[in-house]
Design a protein around this ligand. Structure first.
Ligand SMILES: [Zn+2]
Length: 338
């Protein structure tokens, strides 16, 4: 009887030690506990049979049973700790680390918005080189050498003696397009421009412009007004007043400057509009007959209009950004907002 009981206890210990190796989670651990340490376990049954034994046997078996029980409890506690450690190491209920995906730069987005509006009016997109020649940047735009208007633009020259420069505006794209295609034409040309300006809250040596050009028979100033009015209403998505006032550009005649009622204060007057209630927003005009002659269009047959606007200026007004430098400083907190 005694020998049989000891064998049984040893067998249970072996089995319990073997099975605990497979316990990998709380549920399995609880099942193991019930099987080996629960009220209906073999160990419990053996404890209850002790009373039938002699005092000597009781002493021996009792000791053995208690040792076994302590061993199993120890196994249980150790395994429980292990499971909890794994659980805190891999807690699947914790919120994940944010995964940031890239997005388009605000300037790229605003260019896309502008292109989409003109696209609806039948304008296609044209592009030209950022490194230009004196001819395309000035001469062909009715601004020959010694023309005082050249001083308007502080130009970055790459090789001055060869007339190679960084374009000061997107207008040379007009010349390149007209040199290549015959009218009717309807294009916009977005791109980078360069001027020797300070880098301050409203200037940057690199900035973006969008040039527009429409040429056909019978194009009048009213077409220009219609196209720009539609564009500005669509872009700012609000009712704005538009003023065309006389201006001067060598490559347009007549030339105009377009102002809109201030989108920040709705025309009441604020620091952005210098309390005038209006903001100058772009330059435009009817293409100068000299420009048509240079590209080989007959100014007696064709007329057209052109305009140029600063992308940063439009973006600053639409999104109420008060410093142009934000666009270029690669501050992800700023750029991530758009
Ligand atoms: Zn204002």
């Amino acid at each position: 009887m005694l020998k049989k009981m000891i064998e049984e206890i040893e067998e249970i210990t072996k089995l319990a030690q073997q099975e605990i190796k497979e316990v990998k989670n709380q549920d399995l651990l609880e099942k193991w506990r019930i099987k080996f340490l629960g009220r209906k376990s073999i160990l419990s049954k053996l404890f209850s049979t002790i009373s039938n034994l002699s005092i000597e046997e009781k002493k021996e078996i009792g000791k053995k049973l208690n040792e076994t029980k302590n061993l199993l409890v120890q196994l249980y506690e150790e395994t429980k700790k292990k499971i909890e450690k794994v659980k805190t190491k891999y807690n699947f209920t914790f919120p994940g680390k944010p995964f940031s995906i890239g997005k388009l730069h605000i300037i790229t987005k605003v260019i896309d918005e502008i292109v989409q509006i003109f696209y609806k009016m039948g304008f296609g997109v044209a592009e030209g080189p950022e490194i230009e020649t004196d001819y395309y940047n000035f001469t062909a735009l009715n601004t020959p050498e010694e023309h005082p208007a050249r001083d308007i633009w502080d130009t970055f020259y790459i090789k001055k003696e060869k007339g190679i420069l960084l374009r000061t505006h997107t207008s040379p794209v007009q010349i390149r397009v007209m040199g290549k295609y015959k009218p009717p034409l309807r294009i916009i040309a977005p791109g980078k421009c360069f001027r020797r300006d300070a880098f301050d809250s409203s200037h940057s040596p690199v900035f973006h412009q969008i040039e527009g050009l429409m040429v056909d028979k019978d194009i009048k100033f009213t077409h220009l007004k219609g196209v720009l009015s539609y564009f500005l209403q669509e872009f700012f998505k609000e009712e704005i007043k538009i003023i065309f006032s006389p201006s001067y550009f060598p490559f347009t005649e007549p030339s105009a400057e377009v102002s809109i009622s201030c989108v920040i204060c709705n025309g009441r007057g604020c620091s952005t509009c210098g309390n005038t209630g209006f903001l100058e927003i772009l330059g435009c005009g009817m293409v100068h007959p000299n420009v048509f002659r240079i590209v080989g269009y007959d100014p007696e047959v064709y007329t057209g209009f052109a305009f140029g606007m600063g992308v940063e200026r439009l973006a600053m007004l639409k999104y109420e950004i008060d410093d142009i430098r934000y666009f270029y400083l690669n501050n992800l907190k700023f750029l991530g907002q758009f």
